[in-house]
Design a protein around this ligand. Structure first.
Ligand SMILES: Cc1cc2nc3c(=O)[nH]c(=O)nc-3n(C[C@H](O)[C@H](O)[C@H](O)COP(=O)(O)OP(=O)(O)OC[C@H]3O[C@@H](n4cnc5c(N)ncnc54)[C@H](O)[C@@H]3O)c2cc1C
Length: 309
């Protein structure tokens, strides 16, 4: 990502390649991916810096739809841009309150400010590989997928119980697409102090890792110390036998940390993994994974009705 920005590739060029390579036609199926340039649009840095306008994207997409056909995916790019607009309106409406620890709901939450825990999160050393891989990608590139952002934000606020503003500021410090409205709006949401009426929303980061990185490739890409663990086992090294750890060259607590926390809801998914799981990441599945035409518009992090995310 940094190479592309440094190489001066313009937002318009990125946008054109999305259209000419027809990537936009399968965006809905790939947008939850984790590795590479093509799974999502990568518009955000150019939008954040004002190098491309959402109206331009809208017009060109409508043109593309007329010429080559509209589908769920072409709609979905526009739908995602609506979230960007939405968080702008939230910021306009609430002003400085978007930075308040109590958020938009004036809710008292006993957030911790433990700097040791925070450093582990920042440095990708929480001992939870899916979280750590995403955090190391952010530190190395200034970018993290939307799936990754949702998970590390949930982990910081719901599993570690840290003040959500610490996470938001770290993102602000590193993101190449940092945008005040989108960043603080999404963090408020993740922390359960934004507009979402359901404050108990928590991502099961183990289930998410297994669903979206079913073969463990993303985790191994950013965590070289886990290279010796094959497949999905890389998502929970602490669940491996001492023999398996020795064979993988891992000493927990030395070459890779023990997990800072272990949430009870992880157990079922770890046990399931040990019984073998399909290695197909959810973000890459075909249309069978996609809901019927516009039926589930917006069902995702924001409106998901699933209990166990
Ligand atoms: C905790 C957290 C912090 C975030 N901070 C930022 C930020 O500082 N700047 C930023 O641009 N986005 C932010 N996002 C939203 C989203 O993760 C990024 O816009 C997206 O990952 C950027 O990659 P992309 O351009 O390939 O997006 P795509 O998935 O291709 O989406 C296309 C465009 O739609 C918009 N969009 C998509 N999802 C969201 C969303 N949830 N909120 C607002 N706009 C969205 C963006 O402009 C994005 O470029 C954050 C999300 C979370 C959960």
């Amino acid at each position: 990502m940094k190479d592309i920005l440094a190489g001066g590739m313009s937002g318009i060029k990125v946008f054109c390649s999305l259209l000419t390579q027809n990537l936009v036609a399968s965006y809905k199926e790939t947008r939850n991916g984790l590795i590479g340039m093509d799974y999502s649009t990568k518009f955000a840095p150019w939008l954040a810096l004002g190098c491309i306008s959402p109206r331009y994207i809208y017009e060109q997409l409508r043109k593309y739809e007329k010429e080559r056909g509209a589908n769920d995916s072409t709609y979905w790019v526009l739908f995602e841009l609506l979230w960007r607009d939405y968080f702008r309106f939230v910021a306009l409406k609430h002003g400085r309150r978007i930075f308040s620890v109590r958020g938009l709901q004036s809710k008292e939450v006993p957030w911790k400010k433990d700097l040791q825990l925070f450093d582990c999160w920042k440095e990708g050393k929480t001992g939870v590989p899916f979280v750590d891989a995403n955090m190391r990608e952010l530190a190395a590139t200034g970018f993290m997928s939307n799936r990754g952002r949702q998970n590390v934000a949930s982990f910081l606020t719901k599993d570690l119980g840290l003040d959500w503003r610490m996470g938001a500021e770290w993102f602000e410090h590193l993101l190449v697409d940092y945008d005040v409205c989108s960043n603080y709006g999404n963090w408020l949401y993740s922390a359960g102090v934004g507009n979402d009426p359901r404050d108990k929303r928590k991502f099961n980061v183990i289930k998410q890792g297994l669903d979206y990185d079913g073969n463990g490739d993303f985790v191994r890409l950013w965590l070289p110390e886990l290279q010796g663990i094959a497949g999905a086992d890389a998502h929970a090294p602490w669940a491996l036998s001492s023999t398996a750890l020795r064979q993988a060259g891992i000493i927990l607590g030395q070459t890779y940390p023990q997990p800072l926390v272990r949430a009870p809801e992880w157990t079922r998914h770890i046990n399931q993994r040990l019984q073998g799981r399909s290695p197909h990441p959810r973000g890459r599945r075909g249309p069978a994974d996609a809901p019927a035409q516009h039926k589930d518009r917006g069902i995702d992090f924001y409106f998901s009705r699933k209990k166990d995310e």
